[in-house]
Write a protein that binds this ligand. Structure first.
Ligand SMILES: [Mg+2]
Length: 362
């Protein structure tokens, strides 16, 4: 038996540029990506890497990994990630089922799957359903520019690079319209409202969104778990999507029926284990999931493995920014809007120690 010897959260902050003012999506101005890498080592010398959702909460999530997750799992058999995940959810339920607790569990889960793949000498996709495809289409997930000229410019740029799908994070008629103008008529265009509208505001803008042929409308209203209101908005004939703020397959069992596209996020939903269960639910309902994956660490690589294994996974979300450094330079990037899926043991990501050293937050 191989046991978990150590669980270490590693906090990084990597600046990025994107041409926007950095405001509107996150609680405060957004200019760098926070990471909580979860490094797990087993007593027989294998190392796995996970990724816990950390944007604007890295210190708290790292503390959850260190103080809540690590003490429960060190010394446990590492071979069954799903069993460890279940045990952690049970032992930690009194800390709150979702949010920071499940982000921390997600990070550990990804690391344990990485180890499981390395032990078997195969990619994680081969452990969770098989390597059913070599590539996955990606969409350019643009930042919120809040300025019609910038939205038009970046939408046009993404389209010219070969992306056939572009997602805006714009929330006004003017800037959403600018996205359509920039992207052109052939690109499938979506927009993510990040819960900024009321139901009445959403209803009022629907005819315009139909007119510009919007592909999906993401998280239009607050709160994001108002499944009944989301379901009712489906009557306008535009696909509604949500799910990046839902955790575990339990929540998705309620969400999946309410929307056209559910959007599990591997670093938030409960890792590869819970994401795969969400795919099972989607398969049973005959639906496609659109993964939430605006990440560039192990969460990116884990999402690619899920996409290889699960035909329910639709488009890969590629955040349209430029970071000062990436965790692993061999990370596949979209070419003409398509991502090649690695087939290395585990999730395939080996963080660069120099990047860790340089961007590590003490
Ligand atoms: Mg979103």
């Amino acid at each position: 038996m191989s046991r978990i010897k150590s669980v270490e959260p590693i906090v990084l902050k990597i600046p990025f540029s994107d041409g926007s003012a950095g405001t509107g999506i996150m609680p405060i101005k957004w200019t760098s990506l926070d990471y909580v890498l979860v490094r797990v080592e087993t007593d027989d010398g294998l190392v796995g890497w996970g990724d816990a959702f950390a944007y604007f909460c890295a210190g708290a999530v790292a503390a959850a990994v260190r103080d809540m997750v690590a003490p429960v799992v060190v010394g446990q058999d590492a071979s069954d990630p799903a069993a460890i995940n279940d045990m952690l959810q049970r032992r930690l339920h009194l800390h709150g089922r979702y949010g920071l607790t499940i982000f921390a569990i997600s990070g550990l889960d990804i690391a344990l799957w990485d180890i499981a793949g390395k032990r078997a000498g195969v990619s994680v996709a081969r452990l969770i359903g098989g390597r059913n495809r070599e590539t996955v289409p990606a969409y350019a997930s643009l930042m919120r520019y809040g300025d019609a000229g910038l939205v038009e410019r970046f939408s046009a740029k993404a389209a010219s690079e070969g992306f056939t799908d572009v997602k805006l994070h714009e929330i006004t008629r003017e800037t959403i319209g600018a996205g359509r103008k920039g992207a052109g008529a052939k690109v499938r265009l979506t927009t993510d409202i990040n819960c900024n509208w009321s139901v009445a505001e959403t209803e009022a803008i629907m005819p315009f969104l139909k007119e510009i042929d919007l592909f999906w409308l993401e998280e239009p209203i607050f709160p994001p778990e108002d499944w009944a209101a989301l379901k009712a908005l489906g009557r306008f004939g535009i696909a509604i999507s949500a799910g990046e703020n839902a955790c575990t397959a339990m929540e998705f069992s309620r969400l999946i029926d309410a929307v056209t596209y559910s959007q599990p996020s591997v670093t938030k939903v409960g890792g590869i284990t819970e994401f795969a269960k969400v795919c099972d639910l989607a398969a049973a309902a005959g639906k496609t999931v659109m993964p939430h994956s605006p990440y560039f660490g192990p969460g990116y690589w884990a999402t690619l493995q899920l996409a290889a294994a699960r035909k329910e996974a639709g488009l890969f979300e590629y955040l349209y920014i430029t970071q000062d450094a990436v965790i692993d330079e061999t990370m596949p990037r979209p070419e003409r809007g398509v991502l090649a899926i690695p087939d290395r043991p585990g999730i395939g990501c080996t963080p660069d120690s120099k990047v860790i050293e340089r961007y590590r937050v003490a």
